[in-house]
Design a protein around this ligand. Structure first.
Ligand code: SAH
Ligand code: ZN
Ligand code: ZN
Ligand code: ZN
Ligand code: ZN
Length: 521
């Protein structure tokens, strides 16, 4: 039962939570009529076991409605964290004490420091005594075997296994919280090779345990391998395998270091090395996460890096690879105008949906967003990518340069076609609908104007042409799709509709896939 008992809306990731790709789930009932908007981190916000909660407000018809409330930043499922508090709620001393107690109880049974000591003892054990409890996801010391009696053990844990924790631990596929989808070897190698080719020496791995592991493992095998990595992740199981200089327990939705100031300092030091030169941040967040919450944390990490540069490189940005589905392009660019989307399709091991198209499997919708000059991101020609000399970037084999748009316009790898009426390229499966005055699937339901605008509620126009939004248009946005012209605050509530298209699209696919998928997804 929800501790608050207020009947407050569930599913607190606002509009984008509704964009249920395979790594995200629709927001709960609360997102129904108008959706929920994130107001962000607020000073003095109460904390749940996942650090400071975020402030949300329910939206209706583009207007803020009702009270604001705090909810867990990391979990969109009440089952994972049921923290809830109205912004203006008076919380009694007793309830505060109970909450603190609850936050303490939900912390892991061993500290990171203890886990490091345990690891040291573990590697000294003879192979026959190295057991891993699959149920508790824990390396066991002999004295603890008895406590885990009846649990499934993995035995004879080799050093090689200890160096690949992402293979030993089961992926936490819970879509509403961890959404742990691990890179396929092909993609992981590609990323690392690219990082090396670009001359980077340090990788801040935010939610990329497999990339971190590949780097750590190479560094321990080859003396001349000079790349280092620091993993920031909310999955505390990794603290069993890495020292406090290699892993920080971190929440990327509220920029919270569970290890306090010491962990913060570890991260800062990592970025400060070599005067902040040759460091890149690589992140692959759960797709259900609100882009604005992620962007705010990433900006804080980027600021942390910038502070290393004392000699007036003020306008420089820490290089970043943000791995995310292509349909979030406009959202990401809104927060990071210097980023561009690469055509490379990122593949995953433990999800059938994210496999590369070339081998006859479905094409992955996941891309790399980066602030590095696109022409420097060399994509593998043997996988069909080619260089477009006009666009000055590598593109998918199916991505044709459109003379009219003067750009390689495909987002999904298929060849798109130019619509003269829309004055842009559209998906090959779309046709121009005169009723809607835009391109859509042949069997779409026409958007009716009688229903009233979703933004202002007035009849006679749709939200895409709402006059109340035209004031907020900026030069940058003029070329973009109409729905992008919505002001930020409003948008979080209302872009749900297009997000839902993805939601439905993906859910159908998952259903079909599930029959064949033997992973717990
Ligand atoms: N493809 C990556 C894994 C991406 S899955 C790889 O193979 O390395 C998403 C990752 O983000 C998981 O490792 C998950 O534990 C982590 N994560 C999920 N929620 C998080 C949060 N709130 N803060 C930090 N990390 C989080
Ligand atoms: Zn929480
Ligand atoms: Zn081109
Ligand atoms: Zn075109
Ligand atoms: Zn139509």
């Amino acid at each position: 039962m929800a501790a608050n008992g207020t009947g407050a809306p569930e599913g607190l990731r606002g509009a984008e939570a509704a964009a249920a790709g395979p790594r995200q789930e629709r927001a709960g009932a609360g997102a129904g009529a108008g959706g929920l908007a994130l107001l962000g981190a607020a000073p003095g916000a109460p904390s749940c076991p996942h650090g400071p909660a975020l402030l949300f407000v329910k939206m209706s018809q583009g207007k803020e409605e009702g009270r604001r409330f705090y909810a867990c930043s990391a979990c969109r499922d009440r089952k994972d964290c049921n923290f809830f508090q109205w912004e203006d709620e008076k919380v009694s001393e007793t309830r505060l004490a109970a909450r603190e107690e609850c936050n303490r109880n939900r912390q892991p049974s061993f500290t990171h420091r203890q886990n490091v000591e345990r690891y040291k003892s573990f590697v000294l054990l003879p192979l026959s005594k190295r057991k891993f409890c699959q149920e508790c996801q824990q390396l066991l010391l002999p004295a603890e075997w008895e406590k885990h009696c009846g649990h499934q053990f993995l035995c004879d844990i080799s050093i090689a296994q200890l160096k690949s924790p992402s293979q030993l631990l089961y992926p936490l596929e819970n879509k509403k919280t961890n959404a742990q989808y691990l890179f396929a070897d092909r993609s992981c190698h590609f990323l690392l090779d690219l990082i090396i080719a670009l001359g980077f020496r340090r990788v801040l791995s935010v939610g990329t345990p497999r990339l971190h592991e590949m780097i750590q493992s190479k560094a321990s095998q080859k003396e001349d391998f000079s790349v280092r990595s620091l993993l920031l992740d909310i999955d505390f199981r990794y603290s069993q395998f890495y020292t406090e200089d290699e892993f920080c327990h971190y929440n990327m939705f509220n920029h919270y270091f569970f290890g306090g100031e010491a962990a913060h300092e570890t991260c800062r030091k990592f970025l400060y090395q070599d005067k902040g030169e040759r460091v890149i941040m690589v992140t692959d967040p759960p797709f259900g996460g609100l882009v604005e919450a992620l962007a705010s944390s990433f900006k804080k990490l980027m600021t942390m890096w910038r502070e290393t540069k004392k000699e007036g490189h003020d306008n420089q940005e820490m290089p970043v690879f943000w791995i995310f589905p292509y349909f979030f392009e406009s959202r990401i660019l809104e927060f990071f105008p210097s980023f561009s989307m690469m055509d490379y399709q990122v593949d995953y091991d433990n999800h059938a949906l994210y496999k590369h198209g070339k081998t006859g499997r479905r094409q992955s919708p996941v891309r790399i967003f980066t602030n590095i000059i696109p022409s420097m991101i060399v994509l593998p020609v043997e996988e069909g990518y080619r260089f477009c000399t006009i666009c000055q970037r590598y593109v998918s084999s199916g991505n044709q340069h459109c003379e009219i748009c003067n750009s390689c316009t495909s987002k999904d790898g298929r060849r798109w076609k130019h619509c003269a009426l829309c004055n842009k390229c559209v998906k090959p499966s779309w046709f121009h609908c005169n009723n809607c005055n835009c391109c859509a699937l042949q069997d779409h339901v026409c958007e009716r104007t009688e229903a009233g605008c979703f933004v202002c509620g007035k009849a006679g126009h749709k939200r895409s042409t709402c006059p109340s939004l035209s004031l907020t248009k900026t030069a940058r946005q003029t070329d973009k799709k109409k729905r992008q012209k919505t002001p930020k605050k409003v948008k979080m509530g209302i872009c749900k509709k297009s997000a839902m298209k993805h939601a439905i699209f993906f859910r159908k696919r998952i259903k079909n896939k599930k029959k064949r998928c033997n992973l717990p997804c």
